[in-house]
Design a protein around this ligand. Structure first.
Ligand SMILES: Cc1cc2nc3c(=O)[nH]c(=O)nc-3n(C[C@H](O)[C@H](O)[C@H](O)COP(=O)(O)O)c2cc1C
Length: 190
């Protein structure tokens, strides 16, 4: 499969089979993550590999709570139909934790201190694409309160829990989300 096909075929998966992932597969996914670019190659990421049902249950409870609060604040009706059971059924969740101290030259610039997040995002996308190439489903999940997630995962206050990546064999096909026309999103300065 060529890269562009893989990029276009990847879908967010919210339905997983319970089959566990073996250690080698998890290692391959992490290997793809650490080969992402980062500012000054400072690699501002850490990964927590979660398979514990108790920890997944705590993550699920936090997401349910956050979903309720989000519904109250936003009034978004689709949240009534949005179930987060995949947080319990995905065999593996990888938490990606960023280190704000390991940002790059941007710390000396106005509006800086974000480059560590960019690097973590690149690492995440590598994992999603690698998962797809291994015929695994994946989901980039962020519906949680950071302090609650630090408590659940034992992450110190100075680190930034960026996202939870659900991974596993897909339990069905995921619907294809549309994309806007490239022309709408692009300006050429010639
Ligand atoms: C930064 C970021 C945060 C996201 N957070 C969530 C989330 O909390 N819950 C969820 O179900 N999907 C989440 N997603 C997945 C998006 O909903 C999804 O990527 C988007 O709808 C496009 O669909 P696709 O991934 O299938 O192409 C997130 C994606 C990104 C990049």
């Amino acid at each position: 499969m060529d890269l562009l096909t893989a990029i276009k075929e990847r879908r967010s998966c919210r339905n997983y089979l319970p089959d566990p992932l073996d250690d080698e597969t998890i290692r391959t996914l992490l290997e793809s993550a650490v080969w992402a670019p980062s500012p000054a190659n400072n690699q501002p990421w850490e990964f927590i590999v979660i398979t514990s049902p108790e920890v997944k249950e705590s993550i699920f409870a936090e997401a349910q709570e956050r979903r309720k609060i989000l519904f109250e604040k936003s009034g978004w009706k689709w949240l009534n139909r949005y179930e987060v059971d995949f947080l319990k059924t995905a065999p593996v969740i990888v938490a990606v934790v960023g280190d704000p101290e390991k940002t790059g030259a941007d710390m000396f610039l106005d509006e800086g201190y974000k480059a560590y997040q960019h690097a973590c995002a690149a690492a995440i996308q590598n994992m999603l694409l690698t998962a797809h190439s291994l015929e695994l489903g994946s989901l980039w999940f962020t519906l949680f309160d950071k302090s609650a997630m630090r408590r659940i995962l034992g992450v110190p206050a100075e680190k930034d829990p960026i996202a939870l990546i659900c991974l596993g064999k897909p339990g069905g096909s995921s619907f294809q989300t549309p994309r806007k026309d490239i022309a709408e999103k692009t300006t050429y300065l010639r």
